[in-house]
Write a protein that binds this ligand. Structure first.
Ligand code: NAD
Ligand code: UDP
Ligand code: UDP
Length: 322
């Protein structure tokens, strides 16, 4: 008899987590979605609740948890600057204590464990594009440090559990990702620009908009997660997952405006401190080791995301300027 794999997804009610849960269920896994709803919502997972192989556990991962599963994806952590800066001490705790608990669980069960790390471990990078061998340029005492250093320490813990306890680890360094179910008010650039343009509000460019980012569509990223989890045990990462096409923030604003039309104009606001000036992944490793590369072009992904936000704003009656 085929036994379903039981897969734990921490942060499963969030943006990326809900897409991952959906994909795992579709391929026949039994999914345990653990979340404390800090930034995730029941709306994100509502369509999955009727699936008998989907379970939700309301729990804060900074506290220990005892479950029986075959694989663990650790995504729990607020990801956008306004959320992770709201309670910075908790942000570090989620990354560090969360990693310790997830690794303790994986160690007891002897199961593979995936970590959602981030391009923020490279800080404001002096090597461009970023390769996995680059150690990064992170301010340890700034307003982004709770997130960046928390994620760096989590990577350290993953590699020490691997070396010390022989754990099978899978560390992905995720670059900016966008798509349906991003939180409309989480302050990230893609959601901000789309919501502003749909409402005919000014589009807020921080700084001069010359800083760059590389935007990966969510379905491409989640495909990379699963490929990494299913790769041979010798593949530990860290491995970059992201779209290598780089755009300036101003270019992104113009693309969104051209797609949506309307009366929005660009306004320039101060650049937050420690805002990285450039970011683009070198994905040679992901290509070679996982046979993975993104398929969705920015314009195509933006169209799908715009359609999602348009639907959401209409549904909630918030299409008018706030
Ligand atoms: P998100 O905020 O939508 O999801 C994070 C989820 O974790 C939420 O559902 C939240 O409620 C949950 N959570 C937070 N603290 C928790 C706790 N203490 N216990 C249990 N659950 C908790 O963000 P996302 O964009 O889906 O990001 C998911 C993961 O991917 C995060 O670890 C993030 O750091 C990482 N990541 C995301 C991006 C991106 O562009 N979206 C880029 C790099 C890394
Ligand atoms: N842990 C957990 N679930 C488990 C096993 C461990 O939450 O199934 C937690 C445990 O409470 C501990 C952490 O994971 O705080 C690290 O576990 P480990 O075995 O590495 O450390 P130890 O228990 O020896 O301190
Ligand atoms: N940004 C912007 N306007 C906004 C939101 C963000 O110009 O309304 C800029 C931000 O300063 C940064 C880039 O867009 O340079 C990406 O920001 P985001 O918060 O999405 O991601 P991160 O900085 O974590 O890469």
């Amino acid at each position: 008899m085929h036994t379903r794999r039981r897969v734990l997804v921490t942060g499963g009610a969030g943006f990326l987590g809900s897409h991952l849960c959906e994909l795992l269920l579709a391929r026949g896994d039994h999914v345990l979605c653990l979340d404390n709803y800090f930034t995730g919502t029941r709306d994100n997972i509502a369509p999955l609740l009727s699936n008998p192989y989907f379970e939700v556990i309301r729990h804060d991962i900074t506290f220990p948890i005892y479950l029986e599963v075959d694989q663990i994806y650790n995504l729990a952590c607020p990801a956008s600057p306004i959320h992770y800066q709201k309670d910075p001490v908790q942000t570090t705790k989620v990354s560090v204590h969360g990693a310790i608990n997830v690794l303790g669980l994986a160690k007891r069960l002897r199961v593979p464990v995936f970590q959602a790390s981030t391009s923020e471990v490279y800080g404001d990078p002096t090597v461009h594009p970023q390769v996995e061998e680059y150690w990064g340029n992170v301010n340890p005492v700034g307003i982004r440090s709770c997130y960046d250093e928390g994620k760096r320490c989590a990577e350290t813990l993953f590699f020490d559990y691997h070396r010390q306890h022989g754990l099978e680890i899978k560390v992905a360094r995720i670059f900016n990702t966008y798509g349906p179910r991003m939180h409309p008010n989480d302050g990230r650039v893609v959601s901000n620009f789309i919501v502003q343009a749909l409402r005919g509000e000014p589009i807020t460019i921080y700084g001069e908009g010359t800083q760059t980012r590389s935007f990966c569509y969510v379905s491409d990223l989640i495909d990379g997660f699963v490929r990494l989890m299913e790769s041979p045990a010798s593949v530990t990462g860290p491995i970059n997952l992201g779209n290598p096409e780089e755009f300036s923030i101003r270019e992104l604003a113009e693309l969104v405006l051209a797609e949506i039309g309307g009366r929005s104009r660009l306004v320039f606001q101060p650049l937050p401190s420690d805002d990285p000036r450039q970011r683009r992944p070198d994905i040679t490793k992901a290509r070679e080791v996982l046979g993975w590369q993104p398929k969705v072009k920015l314009l195509e992904g933006l169209r799908a995301t715009i359609a999602h936000f348009d639907g959401e704003l209409r549904r909630t009656g918030s299409l008018q300027p706030a």
